[in-house]
Design a protein around this ligand. Sequence first.
Ligand SMILES: Cc1cc2nc3c(=O)[nH]c(=O)nc-3n(C[C@H](O)[C@H](O)[C@H](O)COP(=O)(O)O)c2cc1C
Length: 445
Amino acid sequence: MLSGRTVAVGVSGGIAAYKACELVRWLKARGSAVIVVMTRGAAEFVTPLTFQTLSGNPVVHDLWGDQSPGFDLPQGAARKVGGKVGHVDVAEAADVLVIAPATANLIARLVHGEAPDALTSVALASRSPLIVCPAMDVEMWRNPVTQANVRTLRARGAIVVGPESGPLASGLEGPGRLADIETIGQAVEEALVRRASLEGVRVLVGAGRTEEPIDPVRVLTNRSSGKMGFALAEGARDRGAEVTLVAGPASIDPPERVKRVGVATAAEMEKAMVEASRSAEVVLMAAAVADFRPRRVSTRKVKRDGSLELELEPNPDILARLASMRRKGQVLIGFALETEQGLRRARAKLQEKGVDLIVLNAPGEAIGSDTNRVTLVEARTARRLPVLSKREVAEEILDRALELRAARGGAGRAGRARQVAARTVPTPRARPAAPRRVAARREAR
Ligand SMILES: Cc1cc2nc3c(=O)[nH]c(=O)nc-3n(C[C@H](O)[C@H](O)[C@H](O)COP(=O)(O)O)c2cc1C
């Protein structure tokens, strides 16, 4: 997985900076080109010369220094290096950016988009997967500010690995140790596998809520924020998919670099989804569609004269329609939100509509929030995930969509590469390190 790839290793000024030397060696031993980017603080702990010697490349530690230091890179990466602006070159050349150790200070800068140094400038200019490996003293880690910052990074799609618990350099004990190098290295490999896993695959996402007009100014709607669907669209886009996002009104801005089709009513959403699904290979229907709409829409604003009775008629069942017109090999995933008998109803929905998987949400946990706790319901299995950011939930759903696609022979080149890689890089579910990561996630909350 790492051979022929370029990994940017960011090192910030924590006591664990010396462990980054081992990470560089680990990556180099597996055939990766490595560019080390250091903060000024990091250079207080380990000299750039050490990293230069280990990586075989010039170390970027001065934003204002040499802008084209001449990296030794694989062909693909070398082509991307324009040789004009150092931090942009590194961002372009790197297939993944892993920051280990990430200090509390650096994490805060990442969250706020500050870029006063080479490392944060690379991070801001990069579109590659970002892996952040926090390491700090126990109270710095537990501080609500750090916790909120880490949550924000996760919600934006960063992969946070560690920290682990144990004795710390300060003499205290608790969470704050840098994750072990093997775990970080595996996260790098996994990010690379994911990154190309939907290369060229056409993915359709339905997101947001619908609005059914009552009169020219009033609508019937629901509280869906659109965050889950947008996270799916972002995740698929970052894996190389051609994403079409059919979105109703939402509380946040839609992701960049996807084809967006804006709709308002369920009827409009149905039309757009049906149209786009004809060419889609993966369809993810996360939109909260109103079940009913007013039978008649008043052309004038309804006045408050006595009571008002609205007659409602059912909206089209978009998921069922999509299932009825499924292309061969197409993966179709729907969502359900139930207030009672969730699992039983999700299973019934799965069978009635003929979809591959139902993502079962619980009310309260799903709507409007940045995190979610879902169960992935299939014909024979129901896998309950821990509380995760919506982006992390999206990654789990996309991983499963890929497996379903591969199972019916629609994997294509990228999917097969993923299958091969999956044999050598266990998925988060199968890997022994997974419980540690989940535990660390829980700790973060
Ligand atoms: C001896 C020493 C050890 C430190 N270890 C850590 C650490 O492990 N984690 C951390 O977040 N900050 C640590 N700090 C504090 C950071 O160095 C400080 O916040 C610095 O501003 C980080 O800058 P940087 O993020 O640009 O590298 C340490 C400071 C000293 C003096």
